[in-house]
Ligand binder design. Structure first.
Ligand SMILES: [Zn+2]
Length: 124
């Protein structure tokens, strides 16, 4: 059995795929397979005034569907298990240093369900 040179690595593409760590399971995955949650860089004072909310409570976290929103981001697998884990451990909260409201978790759950539905309907 002759071995021929260095083993070609099919997984190594010329372009490097950016990888990020999942807040839930802690695994590292290609960025495009993860959901990004982003904390807005600064709360806007006028928005706070409008909403009658004290500034310290205006720390806006949203699900970033484009992956291009500015701000501190955290990533998560499109898996309910990872979401549940991140929620239970409060890791998303500590990663973003911002209160994560139920609405944000709901939005994530919705996005995960959608993405799972998409994967099940690849024929369409
Ligand atoms: Zn994960």
């Amino acid at each position: 059995m002759a071995k021929t040179g260095p083993k070609p690595n099919k997984n190594t593409k010329e372009r490097k795929i950016p990888e990020r760590r999942c807040t839930g399971c802690g695994g590292t995955f290609p960025k495009k397979d993860l959901i990004r949650v982003v904390r807005a860089p600064e709360a806007k004072e006028n928005e706070a005034a409008e909403a009658n909310t004290p500034m310290e409570n205006v720390c806006r976290v949203s699900v970033d569907f484009t992956g291009k929103k500015a701000g501190r981001g955290a990533y998560m697998c499109k898996k309910e298990a990872c979401l549940a884990k991140a929620r239970k451990t409060g890791r998303l909260h500590s990663s973003l240093q911002c209160e994560i409201t139920d609405a944000v978790y709901e939005e994530l759950a919705k996005e995960i369900r959608l993405s799972e539905a998409e994967n099940n309907n690849e024929d369409e």
